[in-house]
Design a protein around this ligand. Sequence first.
Ligand code: SF4
Length: 353
Amino acid sequence: MSDRLRIENLEVHYPVRKGVFRRVVGAVRAVDGVSLSIPTGATFGLVGESGCGKSSLARAILQLQKPTGGSILFKAEGKEDAVTDLTALSPRKLRALRREMQIVFQDPYSAINPRLRVKTILNEPLRAMESLSATERSDRIAQSLRAVGLTEAALERFPHQFSGGQRQRIAIARALLSRPNFIVLDEPVSALDVSVRAQILNLLIQLQRQLGLTYLFVSHDLSVVRYLCDQVAVMYLGRIVESGPTERIFSNPLHPYTKLLLAAVPMPRPRRGRKAVKLQGDPPSPMNIPSGCPFHTRCLYATEMCRTTKPLLRDLEALHGVACHYAESLAQPRHGGSITANAQIMTMSHASF
Ligand code: SF4
């Protein structure tokens, strides 16, 4: 396959226990039957409100959270014809493959131990992952630091002696140590000042070009996703409701939820008279997902069929999938106005993101 990663029908359900005997009384369906493909060398964006399951999906891909069902097919470097199902690997084989998959977390200060010097922060994972001599480890660490724009002078310092942007560079350097080809970026710039976000994003783009990396970029910030990603999937209550090439999704969103997410993005120069667009209410609990289309409790266009029949993710255009019964008709304005115009009468808060 030309995809670095392919996920088929992935599920992550967390059991809910109650009572003295901790009996299982239900499940939180954080990821509920997700399928997607990430091409080699591409940046794939995963967006949605808080609690939609995007971080659970990212963690399941790296096997930091064991999936309840489905498969994760990964193409390792140098094995162009072979794919490995990560969910079926023994712990020993998974440990060996982990070198090729790394993660960068949102908050660099909590992701790296503040009591350790940078040299220890970088040395320890490298020692655990690879059998290298001390000289080889030093060389590898120096290379990683240079790749993220830091010098070896950083090695003797502690994390608190760096700015937020520099700490995230250290976290990226740590991710690069094992020479991975796939990196999950879990909101990597959300905790940073606006002034340094662009620097980190440009660094990620530069590293991708130099090292041929494949990224899964998890974010709630749609402007950042548009800047960085080649493809996007929009998640709602553990399912993908729309996916496709980034520019197509941003210029012609077809799912009502995607339309509302995009309409809610703050504009740098808001036009006079443009009202805030708000999604109605909070998303339902993933413990109790509505029947039929999970979005029907908040959708302006819900019909009886939406309440009873689950829409499947289907391609409306080449590579542009939508899970909505009425995506074709909603692509055109109807009911006397566009969905965005109608949405302006809804109420929502950005805090729900
Ligand atoms: Fe709205 Fe129905 Fe489409 Fe779901 S299937 S998004 S409820 S119109």
